[in-house]
Design a protein. Structure first.
Length: 227
C-alpha cells in the first residue's frame, strides 16, 4: 500500500481509486514506460499534425494530389494565398521530403513541384481525416483528390496475338508531368486510364525501364493500378 501511495504522489493521480484501477489492470512498470517515452521524445502523431496543420498546407497538398504544379498554378487555384506564404509552405514540405522541386533550364526558367513517394503516403491518412470531418460536420462530401485511391503506374506488355500478359514493370519514380507531355493530355488529367505506347514513346520508356522495347513483337501499355 505504501508503494501505491508513493506511486500516486509521484504521478499526481487525482485519487487512490484511479491508482487502484491502474494497479489492477496494468503492470505499472510496463504501463509507465510508454508514457515516459511520449513525454521525453517527440510525439510522431503531433509531428505529422504540426507539419500539415499550417494554413494553406492542406490546400497545397490538395493541388499536388491532382498533379504537378507550377507556382502560378498554386496561386491561381487559391485566391488569397501570397507568393511569400506559398514559398514558405513548399520549402517546409520540401525539407521533409514530401514535395520535390524541379528546376527547368529554359528561357524563361520555371519550377515545378510534385509529391514524392513519401508525400503520397499522406493520402490514405488525409482520406480518413476527410471522412471523419464529413461525419462531424454533417455535410455532403466535396470532390476531393484525398478520397481517391492511391495509384501506381505500371508498364505492361502483351502478346500481339491473344493478348496474353508477358511482363510488367512498376514505373517508380516517374513524374506525372512527364507522362502528361508524352501522351499529350492536359496538366489536370490524373492519367488513371490505359494508354497504348507508340513509336514516339519508346525512347522515353526505355530510359525509364533500362530495357529495349520491341513494338514489333509486343503491345505495350501504360496502366494505372489502385493500391
Amino acid at each position: 500500500m505504501l508503494n501505491l501511495v508513493k506511486y500516486v504522489q509521484e504521478n499526481k493521480h487525482e485519487s487512490l481509486h484511479q491508482a487502484f484501477w491502474i494497479k489492477e489492470n496494468f503492470d505499472l512498470t510496463i504501463a509507465m514506460q510508454p508514457l515516459e517515452s511520449c513525454i521525453t521524445t517527440q510525439c510522431p502523431i503531433q509531428f505529422v499534425l504540426d507539419l500539415i496543420s499550417s494554413k494553406w498546407t492542406i490546400l497545397i497538398l490538395h493541388e499536388l494530389f491532382l498533379g504537378d504544379r507550377r507556382t502560378h498554378e498554386f496561386l491561381d487555384a487559391m485566391p488569397g494565398l501570397s507568393t511569400k506564404i506559398l514559398m514558405q509552405r513548399l520549402r517546409e514540405l520540401e525539407k521533409h521530403q514530401i514535395v520535390d522541386r524541379r528546376v527547368y533550364a529554359e528561357i524563361p526558367p520555371h519550377v515545378e513541384y510534385s509529391l514524392t513517394a513519401k508525400g503520397r503516403e499522406l493520402q490514405p491518412v488525409l482520406a480518413e481525416l476527410r471522412q471523419l470531418g464529413i461525419r462531424w460536420l454533417d455535410q455532403d462530401p466535396c470532390d476531393c483528390p484525398m478520397s481517391l485511391p492511391a495509384h501506381v503506374r505500371v508498364l505492361r506488355w502483351y502478346e500481339k496475338v491473344g493478348d496474353r500478359l508477358i511482363g510488367e514493370q512498376i514505373l517508380s519514380p516517374v513524374q506525372l508531368t512527364d507522362l502528361q507531355q508524352q501522351f499529350g493530355v492536359t496538366r489536370t488529367d490524373p492519367m488513371v486510364e490505359c494508354y497504348p505506347l507508340t513509336q514516339k514513346h519508346i525512347t522515353f520508356f526505355e530510359s525509364l525501364t533500362g530495357w529495349t522495347l520491341d513494338l514489333e513483337q509486343f503491345d505495350y501499355f501504360l496502366e494505372c493500378d489502385a493500391i
